[in-house]
Design a protein around this ligand. Structure first.
Ligand code: LLP
Length: 415
């Protein structure tokens, strides 16, 4: 469910015409619907009902301060993977005590920063990282709350770039090693075991692998509790998929039911780290058609957004729905929608059936709210898009369009 709908033939975000918005702020622009984000947050939160749980929005999906501030207001916690993301959460008014810090390569400086803020939990991914965290804890005379991220060794059945639970993946540690690490940590004075963590991958469209992984993770949690480890939090990660074109991901209710069934007899507070399912379909990338051309029997529509603005199609072969902002009658044909970047992979949509748009017309690339702006770069000397948050009839620029001067800030021409 989202709040992007045509009104008299023109696509709107809630009460705002995307045509008028583009005239005001230009293109390419990311447009988010706050009502959609709020709805998704509520649906996920309520899917856990009265069971003790904490939703920790995964900041990597989209870290704009305005989105984080809204989520914090609704009671969300956060999942961060760097000191930079944690600083964002703080700047947006998020609660570090309801924030977890994951990632295989945390530096000691990042650990110290997070510990000083009162971070809820470090999700630790290796023995050496655990030792580093202990050193940091002792130096600051605190016990760093931690979970070991276990790698359950399951195939999540998603794109190989976003599968993280395979035995060969760089994430987490195997069960036996995890257990040994909790035992060792008892003697480390800079540490305090608080939970167990896992995450098997992203854009999950089947629940079987998750259920299998969580049964094992819940088993480990119970064993550790029985051994006297003072655990409270069972973090099951994120990963619930969304519909981009014709996928049929499970509903948040079914996903939550799977998580609850697997974790029920642990008495843990269950942490979930959704990113995509909250923000993915709450955002579109608004772009304008520059030119049409023919090449090798194909019709190309060249637009002003490229793979630097939205990397997913080029990197994962992701298929985002692309729709005209103003519906037009006419014969549709099959076109490729391509960006201006000097790379053959800069194709935003291949073999799309569209009424051939004229130069100057607007297109909306749907499902761009997650891993869109957060993965944008300035490749080819292209300033990153503006970001707009719509709420009802109000459209607020929550990140101004980058200027070319911004692109060489910090550089020195020298002589
Ligand atoms: N927790 C952990 C430990 C993660 O690694 C991730 C995503 C999440 C939570 C959030 O997953 P989500 O609910 O959004 O699926 N750039 C890729 C996705 C990379 C996901 C990385 N980790 C894409 O555009 O599809």
């Amino acid at each position: 469910m989202d709040h992007f709908r045509p009104v008299r033939g023109v696509l709107h975000a809630e009460g705002v015409s995307l045509e008028r918005l583009a005239a005001r702020v230009g293109t390419p622009t990311y447009v988010y619907s706050e009502a959609t984000l709020r709805r998704h947050y509520r649906v996920v939160d309520q899917a856990f009902g009265g069971a003790p749980h904490l939703v920790c929005y995964s900041v990597k999906a989209s870290g704009n301060l305005a989105l984080l501030a809204s989520l914090a207001r609704w009671g969300s916690g956060f999942d961060v993977v760097s000191g930079g993301e944690l600083a964002r959460v703080l700047a947006a008014g998020g609660d570090p005590g309801r924030t977890v810090f994951a990632g295989v390569g945390k530096t000691e400086a990042e650990m110290a920063f997070a510990l000083r803020t009162g971070i809820g939990m470090f999700n630790v991914e290796s023995a050496e990282e655990l030792e580093a965290l202990d050193r940091v804890g002792r130096r600051l005379r605190r016990r760093a709350p931690f979970a070991i991220r276990v790698n359950p060794g399951v195939d999540a059945g998603t794109h190989r770039h976003i599968s993280t639970g395979l035995p060969t993946s760089k994430f987490g540690v195997p069960f036996e090693e995890a257990r040994r690490l909790y035992t060792r940590a008892r003697r480390m004075r800079g540490l305090r075991a608080r939970g167990v963590d896992c995450h098997i991958g992203s854009q999950l469209t089947r629940l079987g692998p998750l259920a299998a992984a969580l049964r094992q993770v819940a088993g480990l949690y119970r064993v550790l509790r029985a051994e006297g480890h003072p655990l409270e939090w069972l973090d099951v990660g994120g990963g619930l998929g969304i519909r981009y074109r014709d996928e049929e991901p499970p509903s948040p209710d079914r996903w939550a039911a799977t998580v609850r069934a697997a974790t029920r007899d642990t008495e843990a507070t269950v942490l979930v780290e959704p990113g995509r399912v909250l923000v993915g379909n709450a955002g579109v990338l608004l772009t304008r058609v520059l030119y049409r051309k023919r090449a090798g029997g194909r019709t190309l529509v060249v637009v002003d957004a490229g793979m630097n603005d939205l990397l997913r199609p080029a990197l994962y072969g992701a298929e985002h729905a692309i729709v005209p902002v103003r519906a037009r009658r006419g014969r549709s044909r099959v076109v490729d929608v391509v960006g201006p970047v000097c790379e053959s992979t800069d194709v935003l949509g291949r073999d799309r059936r569209l009424v051939l748009p004229e130069a100057g017309e607007l297109l909306a690339i749907r499902g761009a709210g997650a891993y869109g702006m957060s993965m944008a770069s300035t490749y080819n000397g292209r300033p990153r898009p503006a970001e707009v948050l719509v709420s009802g009839k109000r459209a607020r620029v929550v990140r101004r369009r980058e200027r070319v001067e911004d692109l060489w800030r910090g550089e020195a021409a020298g002589r």
